[in-house]
Design a binder for this molecule. Structure first.
Ligand code: PEP
Ligand code: MN
Length: 311
């Protein structure tokens, strides 16, 4: 009997066709574990040492952002994150400070020397956000906003492409291909948790650790993990970060707050329950930097397959 053909259904076998630019299968020069490096103002993703991006969920004030930028730099972060334009569930919730937020972020980045990544949600704002940011973030909700991907790619800036919360690996890499197709290969993928029936009962999303190795097998792009949105729980962020690094993540993007650490710091307006302290960030950075790479360890009695890691 002939197998039913289902419209739109794709599998990893189709990736060479969907993503001729980005599929590892089409590029013998990227045989095995070779990756490209993506440089953002001197910070290199995919160069062997995990990159740690940290900062607030949203810019709320100049003081909050400047002080937090100093804290995350002191904790060892490589880059600063923070949203000036926020995708919120309700239009009545804090939407971000917009242009004022971009100016504050730029000042914080300049003072600390930490390159800045910030989200752009609107195709009309790409040029403006690109004036202030070192890297453009495409959020989970916009992963398949193809005109936005094209415009972000044309800015020439490196792009942090978050995984759609319900996206398959094929759909995610297909979205990345839109950026590559504009001649911009400065793409870093970011796993940030997916929707499942279980997630939302005891966590915000489900952190898909499996996709780290799968993505490394299918493409030569670096990929990082967002343990903050993936768990939604501050106490889970350190473990999730360590797990992601163990699975070969090229970096982390983490939400941090000084709330409860320093007197007078207000509770964040956005995602307060997943924000970790700078002290916890410092431990995560130390783990990411010092992890011994034992991927080639020859342990007697170990099945060779057990040691096969993509990174
Ligand atoms: C964020 O990083 O601020 C964010 C909104 O993340 P996501 O798009 O993954 O939900
Ligand atoms: Mn957030």
């Amino acid at each position: 009997m002939m197998r039913r053909k289902i419209a739109g259904q794709v599998s990893l076998e189709d990736l060479a066709r969907i993503c001729p630019i980005l599929s590892r299968r089409n590029h013998p020069e990227f045989e095995g574990e070779r990756q490209i490096e993506v440089e953002v103002a001197g910070v290199r993703f995919g160069a062997g040492v995990p990159v740690v991006i940290a900062g607030p969920c949203a810019v709320e004030s100049e003081q909050q952002t400047m002080e937090l930028a100093r804290s995350v730099r002191a904790a060892g972060a490589d880059m600063l994150r923070g949203g000036a334009y926020k995708p919120r569930t309700s239009p009545h919730d804090f939407q971000g400070l917009g242009l004022d937020g971009l100016k504050i972020l730029r000042a914080a980045s300049d003072e600390t020397g930490l390159p800045l990544v910030t989200e752009v949600m609107d195709v009309r704002l790409v040029a403006l956000v690109a004036e202030y940011a070192d890297m453009l973030q495409i959020g989970s909700r916009n992963m398949q906003n193809y005109p936005l991907l094209v415009e972000a790619a044309r800015s020439g800036k490196p792009v942090l492409l978050k995984r759609g919360m319900a996206a398959s690996l094929c759909e995610w890499l297909g979205a990345a291909e839109y950026i590559a197709n504009e001649g911009n290969l400065k793409i870093v993928l970011c796993e940030r948790g997916i929707k499942t029936h279980a997630a939302s009962e005891y966590c915000r999303y489900l952190l898909d650790l499996n996709v780290i190795q799968a993505a490394h097998e299918e493409t030569f792009l670096p990929m990082i993990v967002d343990p903050s949105h993936a768990t939604g729980v501050a106490s889970a962020v350190e473990s999730a970060s360590r797990a992601a690094i163990e699975f070969g993540s090229d970096g982390l993007i983490i939400e941090v707050s000084n709330y409860g650490v320093e007197a007078g710091v207000p509770r964040p307006l956005c995602d307060a329950d997943q924000a970790i302290s700078p002290a916890t960030l410092r431990r995560i950075v130390a783990f990411a930097r010092n992890r011994e790479d034992d991927s080639n360890a020859d342990v007697a009695g170990t099945h060779a397959g057990d040691l096969t890691r993509i990174r």
